[in-house]
Design a protein around this ligand. Structure first.
Ligand code: FE2
Ligand code: FE2
Length: 266
């Protein structure tokens, strides 16, 4: 069994520390909770939108926050991130041969593939809020799937690679999702896709591949499918995801960690 904790869309910002939702406090509460109740966790992945504005001081704030925890966080990029600023603060991060922040983690049974779907530079907003896997990144993905040999694969990415039902968010999904699915279909080894970006719990399957998305640790997408405001957010309890990889399958949980005091059950 491999247990993976997934945080997404933590949106650190030095400018948001006085807001109703303090992104640092929310994330640290979640990370503390996740580690306390899941001491058997194998990997902790944060699937992008590490910061809100992609600025160096906010990445430094993140680095300081992560240093409070005695574990490794696998950091990924989202549309609110800036690859160059991120790497200037986290220079030890593994990148691929083209400088994209994507890599694999091999377990005994599975290959975890962490993709970089950030559409930049140039960071040309609002266009850059959409996701993109350029030919180099698709080729890299193809290579990682081909070399996985007997291992089954799980893909982690920031953007959802297909429509998810929220009109606004679907305008900034991965724009070349069909090409992405063409690549993974060639190999038939991908068992699950995990993404963030939507700020809402969602699950299903697309082109036969199961997927799940998790809530943010800051604001959540209102359950109004037709709004065209992709910045719309509501202050609901935050969550993180738990993905259990077993011998015969994968189980996905979400934990709204602010709702219940679990100590009463210990
Ligand atoms: Fe986000
Ligand atoms: Fe995003």
């Amino acid at each position: 069994m491999t247990k993976i904790i997934v945080f997404t869309d933590i949106h650190f910002s030095v400018e948001h520390l006085e807001r109703e939702i303090n992104p640092v406090e929310r994330f640290e509460a979640g990370a503390t909770h996740a580690l306390k109740y899941n001491p058997d966790v194998d990997h902790i992945i944060i699937t992008g939108d590490l910061t809100h504005y992609g600025d160096v001081p906010s990445y430094e704030l993140l680095r300081e926050s992560l240093s409070k925890f005695d574990c490794t966080f696998e950091l990924m990029l989202g549309n609110h991130d800036n690859r160059e600023n991120f790497l200037s603060v986290f220079p030890e991060t593994v990148v691929d041969e083209n400088g994209h922040v994507q890599r694999v983690i091999d377990t005994n049974t599975h290959r975890l593939i962490l993709l970089d779907t950030l559409d930049g530079p140039p960071y040309d907003y609002p266009l850059s809020h959409r996701g993109m896997l350029c030919d180099k990144r698709l080729s890299w993905l193809d290579t990682q799937l081909a070399s996985a040999e007997a291992k089954r694969c799980i893909i982690f990415m920031h953007h959802h690679p297909h429509d998810a039902g929220f009109r606004a968010m679907d305008t900034i999904k991965l724009v070349n999702g069909n090409e992405f699915y063409d690549v993974i279909e060639r190999h038939n080894t991908v068992q699950h896709i995990s993404f963030g970006h939507i700020h809402r719990t969602v699950s299903g399957q697309h082109r036969g591949v199961p997927f799940s998305g998790f809530k943010s640790t800051v604001g959540q997408m209102p359950m109004i499918f037709n709004t065209m405001d992709f910045h719309a957010e509501t202050n609901e309890p935050a969550a993180y995801g738990i993905i259990d990889i077993g011998e015969h399958g994968i189980t996905v949980h979400t934990e709204d960690f602010e709702l219940t005091d679990l100590d009463q059950f210990l």
